[in-house]
Design a protein around this ligand. Structure first.
Ligand SMILES: Cc1ncc(COP(=O)(O)O)c(C=O)c1O
Length: 460
């Protein structure tokens, strides 16, 4: 009888390369398994959806990871891509005339094209690599408010004589707030906010939104499609239309939406989309700003130095076109390889990812909704992904997090970089459990009994 590998579900000897990413394999222990047990393993494998792709769970058995909105775990394919670059290539890109460097350059450029296509349907869409969503917004805030940028031809609001303004919302992550505050102060822009309602939805009527565009010369609209606090997917269609009508730049923070609802990001046809690779099952230290190449080319530089210049003289320099224009210095090459593998992973598994999200959301909505705790944004129902911010009455979020950790449940506690939203909820902090494709209904049950334990300790 042939023996099967429990970790790869294939027959035959595992290669050394593959073995690097697996836990102990029973084949090496010499066990031969009967057919029924093979079926049970296979059925279990199918039931676990994509969980077996994540070696994290072999390294941390029994741990319930509910912090994917902060950073997602990495599947084997992503780890292999990181390893492939670091072990087999490890050379710099763009400047090498030798074949290995050219091969690495080709891979990076292929990932760049794949990244743009993942979140944009525009024919001339281009991905500029940055450190993450935060750096992406720093780049945009700097360059879009710079007098050196030539944006009037693309966005008529930049030709308006009225005092310029930037439209944000109270639901934004600080990454999409603070860079605009700094830029506004430096460049004389006014900041205008859409209010968040009691559930955390961007609660503004189309009439109110239209009035804002009439009152101010709004040049920039920058909003998150999906909240990292409540998981709510905001309905941005009307605001997007108004931005287009008034000739404003429309920017989407897709840090969460890139994972859960990439098609909705695309449907908005934003002028710029920003996201982080590490929330999309890839590595930290990388993200992208996706926009149209001609618009990037009309923009002022951000960081300067090697790799982005055409000609350097004593007093001044000229610059390359985008994307090189915005990518001074050596790029995180291994992380770009990993992003390519991550985009393949989510594209190939789009259906399972969506179904798992929905299954977990329905189950967790019911279970958490039945507890005597405050769950923020729960009423938004199907317009959400399974991200739950909650408050156990009378218990500080940090105590909740610490007591859940005692039970091997990893959640996040704090303001989640959304102090304006916390203020509108009337709290300083919440506990947040965020689910992903590797989570199971059992993880929801563990969270529910964990919350029961917290309540018992605090006698709530
Ligand atoms: C909606 C949203 N925007 C921006 C960010 C910032 O991302 P990063 O820390 O990767 O730059 C996050 C991270 O949690 C987020 O959830």
């Amino acid at each position: 009888m042939q023996s099967w590998c429990s970790c790869c579900a294939t027959q035959g000897p595992a290669s050394n390369k593959d073995a690097l990413f697996r836990g102990p394999c029973f084949r090496s222990s010499g066990l031969n398994w009967p057919k029924t047990e093979i079926f049970i393993i296979f059925f279990g494998y199918m039931n676990q959806n994509l969980r077996d792709n994540f070696p994290f769970f072999q390294a941390n058995p029994g741990l319930v990871y509910l912090d994917s909105a902060a950073t997602a775990l990495k599947p084997t394919a992503v780890l292999q891509a990181l390893n492939d670059y670091n072990v087999n290539q490890s050379v710099n890109i763009h400047r090498g005339v030798y074949r290995l460097s050219q091969r690495a350059t080709d891979t990076v450029e292929t990932v760049r094209a794949k990244t743009a296509r993942y979140l944009s349907d525009a024919g001339d869409a281009l991905a500029v690599f940055v450190k993450g969503t935060t750096e992406g917004f720093n780049l945009l805030a700097h360059t879009l408010t710079s007098p050196e940028s030539r944006l009037k031809d693309f966005f008529p609001a930049f030709a308006s004589e009225k005092p310029p303004a930037i439209l944000l919302s109270e639901s934004e992550h600080h990454a999409n707030l603070v860079p605009w505050q700094v830029a506004a102060k430096r460049s004389g822009y006014k900041l205008v906010y859409l209010k968040a309602d009691a559930d955390g939805r961007i609660g503004v009527s189309s009439a109110e939104a239209a009035a804002l565009f009439d009152s101010y010369a709004i040049r920039i609209v920058s909003l998150s499609l999906q909240s990292n606090v409540t998981g709510i997917i905001h309905d941005l269609a009307a605001i997007r239309e108004l931005a287009a009508k008034h000739g404003a730049v429309f920017i989407v923070d897709a840090a969460q939406a890139a994972v859960h609802v990439p098609q909705k990001v695309k449907a908005l046809n934003a002028d710029f989309v920003v996201f982080s690779a590490h929330k999309l099952f890839a590595s930290t230290g990388l993200g992208a700003v996706i926009g149209r190449k001609p618009v990037f080319d009309a923009c002022d530089t951000y960081q300067t130095g090697g790799g982005m210049i055409a000609l350097v003289e004593h007093e001044s320099s000229t610059y390359l076109e985008a994307p090189a224009r915005f990518e001074a210095g050596t790029q995180p090459i291994a992380e770009i390889y990993a992003l390519g593998a991550a985009i393949d992973f989510v594209t190939e598994n789009q259906k399972v990812i969506h179904e798992t999200d929905e299954k977990l959301r329905l189950y967790a909505d019911e279970k958490l909704g039945a507890l005597e705790i405050r769950v923020f944004g729960l009423s938004a129902g199907a317009s959400r992904s399974p991200i739950y911010s909650f408050e156990i009455p009378g218990v500080h979020a940090h105590d909740t997090g610490t007591l859940l950790d005692e039970q091997d449940i990893c959640i996040r506690a704090g303001h989640h970089c959304c102090q304006l939203l916390m203020r509108s909820f009337g709290v300083a902090a919440t506990a947040r459990a965020s689910f992903s494709v590797y989570n199971t209904q059992d993880d929801v049950d563990r969270l529910i009994s964990g919350i029961g334990y917290v309540k018992k300790i605090f006698r709530k």
